[in-house]
Design a protein around this ligand. Structure first.
Ligand SMILES: C[S@@+](CC[C@H](N)C(=O)[O-])C[C@H]1O[C@@H](n2cnc3c(N)ncnc32)[C@H](O)[C@@H]1O
Length: 256
């Protein structure tokens, strides 16, 4: 993938070069997107709309920390959807990891989460945020133990993992593909507009449903905007609703 690659600290130029090679990114000075390595983190910026701000992964402070401390714990809809309850800590495969927000919430509540992300820039941002979080004295221990990232397409990865005799299948496959926004984009948070313009709609999302159902041992959970139809037109066993979203739950076996 091509986008502007910018290093703000000349001493970190080697790191940016390695990063570009690792994620298959090359420099295009005419791109409207820039991946910027600052003194502290990796950021995505939209150069023609600087006011939208930068996108980066922060699992340690800000909104993630606030939600970890005051977000409602196991009472949150996402926790109920994956079947988290006292004594039950599901192993989750998040097949559409994005910026890792949902995976982080689940991991902070005790789940082990294997994240899969196919977009190289999103995967690079997530990997950077994960690496910084692993260094944090407060949360680094459990982040290292519970959260991991695979850069792959879930369409391929879910099938390959199912065929791998050494892979322990997850209790839950969690999916949150991009869905076209019905509401005016001005209402979408600024930095999310940058993210959405880069990634686009996941028009192939329906094809994730069958492999997800094959791989999960207990259930598949699909996050959708409240106005969206079911993934692959498949009617869920139950749905948990929040103000803006719906978690469609496809039960295969009881959580134990
Ligand atoms: C709406 S975002 C997910 C947001 C995420 N739940 C969070 O909390 O940050 C959707 C992400 O899934 C990724 N994605 C979509 N289809 C995928 C697939 N088949 N395999 C891997 N990643 C996929 C997209 O690249 C995008 O980053």
């Amino acid at each position: 993938m091509q986008l502007a690659l910018i290093c703000e600290n000349p001493e970190r130029q080697n790191e940016l070069d390695e990063l570009a090679q690792r994620w298959g990114l090359s420099h295009d000075e005419n791109s409207i997107f820039a991946l910027v390595l600052t003194d502290t983190q990796l950021e995505l910026r939209k150069l023609d709309e600087a006011k939208l701000g930068a996108v980066f992964v922060d699992l340690v402070s800000g909104a993630a920390a606030h939600r970890r401390k005051f977000g409602g714990g196991r009472g949150q809809a996402i926790a109920k959807a994956v079947g988290l309850k006292k004594g039950v800590m599901p192993r989750v495969l998040d097949g559409t990891a994005g910026l890792g927000r949902d995976a982080f919430v689940l991991a902070s509540l005790g789940c082990t989460v294997q994240m899969v992300e196919r977009h190289p820039v999103v995967a690079a941002l997530l990997d950077d945020g994960l690496a910084r979080a692993k260094q944090d004295p407060e949360i680094g221990g459990w982040i290292t133990e519970r959260l991991s990232l695979l850069h792959a397409s879930s369409q391929d990865a879910l099938v390959k993992l199912l065929e791998d005799p050494d892979f322990i299948a997850p209790d839950v496959v969690y999916l949150d593909p991009m869905y076209p926004h019905k509401k005016k984009s001005a209402l979408v948070k600024k930095e999310m507009r940058v993210f959405q313009t880069l990634v686009g709609a996941d028009n192939d999302a329906d094809s994730l449903f069958a492999p997800a159902m094959a791989l999960a041992t207990k259930r598949v959970v699909v996050k959708r905007p409240d106005y969206a139809e079911f993934l692959a037109n498949a009617k869920p066993s139950t749905a948990i609703e929040t103000k803006k979203n719906r978690f469609d739950v496809y039960v295969k076996a009881a959580m134990t």
